[in-house]
Design a protein around this ligand. Structure first.
Ligand SMILES: Cc1cc2nc3c(=O)[nH]c(=O)nc-3n(C[C@H](O)[C@H](O)[C@H](O)COP(=O)(O)OP(=O)(O)OC[C@H]3O[C@@H](n4cnc5c(N)ncnc54)[C@H](O)[C@@H]3O)c2cc1C
Length: 446
């Protein structure tokens, strides 16, 4: 059984790993357009500062990334975030500590007394069970009130998706929240019921010594595959019961092909094979993000926390600022500090496309306003993601259902990646493992 995997981000690598575990004798070929593996998991070292281009790590409240790490023999590379990282902040024109307990919530100045009462009133709001694909803003206004939505949900969506509540579907982007209302009639009721069933600590943000690339390099070395780096696949066509993959001026045949690229790239590759499938893939939207990292050799201000998220009302071009060297002290050289800002997203989609110099200037001004840090950084790192994070808006689930139905017309073809059923590293690892199990079975039966 010849297997071709297209895209060596975490989704492609995890699919390859679990498939090789199940079927060690099946030859694997991995195509990657970029010069190395990892995709959005990439660490760049500049002047001794370790900047993450994208993903910072994963939460341990789900087992999916941890399983892959441990099973691939990389457990010793794991690095837990510092205790300081539990402290998070919101900037809405002023910097506030994010409340972590009911007592702190009652005291926070992020909401008025009326806003807090309205949140407590969530208990009394009748459940909506008509199956509508509601956006998170309407959901939040309905269940938790405007104030909470415009502060907490607004900041949270900026942090997770680089998006806004109005532009995300609750069912697609936050399936657990939708499920709590559906199954328990409300969020508080649902959380109480779940707490009774599953006691235990929440997850800890976890990464790897020296950054996520340490793990990617390990995973790559673990896999026995024919690696085709710097080789963008141009097209896939049917060849009897198998598929012919065109790349780098040549072609190769596979019995199973996994397209683990972003959906827009998959649309291009598959247009010749199935124009309808390509059209559905093209409906999946993305948020542009720019990452601007600053390294300071001797910054006077202490950094003690995970970082801050901004609200739209703050009027800053920054979605948030991660205090990376406080979260993972090994990211900066001794005595040094790192700040890493995210810009753009659905709030300001044009910003990530601007010149690097302008992004750096916007970031300096934003950091000064939100944190009072005016010092010039000693080292600067910029990474632009014109289509950074898939935006699971209203209509996303319908688009994915149409994609899944279209793919089912092509035995031996499968899609993987963050475009469909979850964007977090844990989601990618979970979905890729499930896909590998399916491929190992189905392909064996073909
Ligand atoms: C700025 C940012 C911050 C993030 N932070 C976090 C975080 O802290 N925690 C978290 O859990 N998640 C985070 N995420 C999300 C997470 O990193 C991604 O969802 C995940 O890494 C996606 O992996 P993937 O393999 O599905 O896709 P990708 O990483 O996009 O990999 C797809 C690969 O396909 C390749 N490719 C594309 N076209 C072709 C072609 N024609 N031929 C061959 N190869 C091709 C690409 O070069 C790429 O390497 C973040 C994402 C971004 C952008």
């Amino acid at each position: 059984m010849r297997i071709g995997i297209i895209g060596a981000g975490i989704s492609g690598l995890a699919t390859a790993f679990w498939l090789q575990r199940a079927r060690p004798d099946w030859p694997l070929t991995v195509y990657e357009a970029g010069p190395d593996a990892g995709g959005a998991l990439h660490t760049e070292v500049v002047d001794g500062f370790h900047f993450e281009a994208g993903c910072n790590g994963f939460l341990t409240n789900k087992p999916d990334s941890l399983d892959l790490v441990r099973e691939s023999g990389a457990g010793a590379l794991l690095l837990e975030s510092s205790a300081a990282a539990r402290k998070r902040f919101i900037y809405n024109g002023e910097l506030h500590r994010m409340p972590e307990s009911p007592g702190a919530f009652l005291q926070t100045r992020l909401l008025s007394a009326g806003g807090k009462l309205r949140v407590l009133g969530e208990f009394l709001v009748r459940a909506r069970r008509d199956g509508a694909d509601e956006n998170l803003r309407d959901f939040g206004y309905r269940r938790l009130g405007r104030e909470f939505t415009d502060v907490f949900l607004d900041a949270m969506t900026a942090g997770i998706y680089g998006s806004t509540p109005a532009q995300l579907s609750v069912a697609a982007a936050f399936p657990l929240i939708a499920q709590l209302e559906r199954e328990h009639g409300g969020l508080f009721r649902g959380m109480l019921a779940r707490r009774k069933r599953q006691a235990g600590p929440g997850g800890v943000l976890t990464s790897f010594t020296s950054g996520v690339s340490t793990f990617i390099e390990h995973l790559r070395a673990t896999l026995r595959a024919e690696w085709r780096f710097a080789t963008a696949v141009e097209g896939i066509e049917r060849a009897g019961t198998s598929y012919r993959v065109h790349a780098g001026g040549g072609s190769a045949e596979f019995d199973q092909v996994v397209v683990a690229t972003p959906a827009y790239a998959a649309a291009g590759l598959l247009a010749g094979l199935d124009a309808g499938l390509a059209r559905e893939l093209g409906r999946i939207r993305y948020s542009p993000i720019a990452v601007v990292g600053f390294g300071y050799r001797a910054l006077a201000q202490p950094l003690d926390g995970f970082g801050l998220l901004t609200t739209s009302s703050a009027g800053l071009p920054l979605l948030g600022i991660l205090w990376d060297s406080s979260v993972f002290p090994d990211r900066a050289p001794p005595g040094g500090k790192i700040l890493r800002a995210m810009l753009g997203g659905q709030r300001n989609p044009d910003i990530p496309l601007r010149e690097e110099g302008e992004l750096v200037a916007l970031t300096r001004a934003g950091i000064e306003r939100a944190m009072g840090v005016a010092a010039a950084p000693d080292t600067v790192y910029v990474k632009r993601w014109p289509r950074g994070i898939p935006n699971y808006g209203p209509g996303h689930l319908a688009a994915v259902a149409a994609v899944d139905a279209a793919v089912a017309r092509h035995p031996g073809l499968a899609l993987a990646g963050n475009s469909y059923h979850g964007v977090a590293m844990n989601d990618c690892c979970r979905n890729s493992r499930a896909l590998a199990a399916r491929l190992a079975d189905v392909a064996g039966a073909r």
